[in-house]
Ligand binder design. Structure first.
Ligand code: ADP
Ligand code: ADP
Length: 226
């Protein structure tokens, strides 16, 4: 599903954010990426999203080589990877419904399919009644649920989450984890970069720990710490 072969990333500043990363993530897995600030977690996510290009190495998604930044491949990435950020990144001038619909519109979806699909994902994150609200009228937890609905509306096989609970209190964080767990149980591969020790320790999954840009641990049902 995702395969990284000898991936390194050196920024123009000379910082080596990732060094010789070899990683194989299978369909249906739930993977935490942990590590101190500066370890390279966000860089890894950015490489997968093609917001940054690796300095060397090869990346494959579903067997397709996506190493080179190539505009032709961007729709392929969008179809295969849903993404959730710590700071939600919703469009504040659009309603909840419109934020989610927009993710389908940019992939050229049929309006009939959009009208059918958006309520389904809204229901999955338990926000049907907030369809016409604007993001600023919602709590942080609700905004993150909208961003998850937007991330899964095109049914991507892979969901990337970069610190999805970072801006939320523990209760809301738990709610988000329930939803991510449910999405994973339906077959979506989930990759989540996180600092949330409690979550990793309580919901044990594969843990990949980065330190100074190197994988120092890859454990099947690990905790936050070694
Ligand atoms: P994490 O997400 O684990 O905190 P990052 O991937 O953000 O780690 O950062 C890894 C290293 O790369 C850090 O030393 C950081 O300062 C550096 N870095 C991140 N983004 C850039 C950038 N755009 N330009 C230069 N250095 C960067
Ligand atoms: P069209 O028929 O022109 O494709 P729609 O009927 O799908 O458009 O939607 C018209 C507008 O109303 C869009 O901006 C859409 O996002 C919004 N909309 C449609 N259904 C809902 C809903 N259940 N709740 C909130 N907004 C909606």
């Amino acid at each position: 599903m995702i395969k990284l072969v000898n991936i390194s990333k050196e920024y123009k500043s000379g910082v080596k954010a990732l060094t010789d990363i070899n990683l194989h993530i299978h369909k249906g897995e739930f993977v935490y990426i942990v590590g101190e600030s500066g370890a390279g977690k966000s860089t890894l996510i950015k490489l997968l999203l093609k917001e940054e290009a690796p300095t060397s190495g090869e990346m494959y998604i579903n067997g397709v080589n996506v190493t080179k930044v190539n505009n032709r491949r961007i729709p392929y990435i969008r179809r295969n990877l849903g993404v959730v950020f710590q700071d939600f990144r919703l469009l504040n001038n659009k309603t909840v419904y419109e934020n989610i619909a927009f993710a389908m519109e940019i992939l050229g979806a049929d309006p009939k399919d959009i009208r059918r699909r958006v309520p389904v994902v809204l229901n999955r994150v338990d926000l049907s009644r907030k369809s016409s609200s604007f993001p600023e009228q919602l709590s942080g937890g609700e905004q993150q649920r909208v961003s998850i609905a937007r991330a899964i509306v095109n049914n991507p096989p892979i969901l990337l989450a970069d610190e999805p609970t970072g801006n939320l209190d523990p209760d809301n964080g738990l709610e988000i984890m329930k939803i991510l767990n449910d999405i994973n149980a339906r077959g979506t591969t989930v990759i989540m970069a996180t600092h949330a020790k409690e979550i990793v320790d309580n919901l044990r999954r594969r843990v990949i720990q980065l330190k100074d840009g190197v994988i120092v641990r890859d454990q099947k049902r690990g905790g936050y710490d070694e």
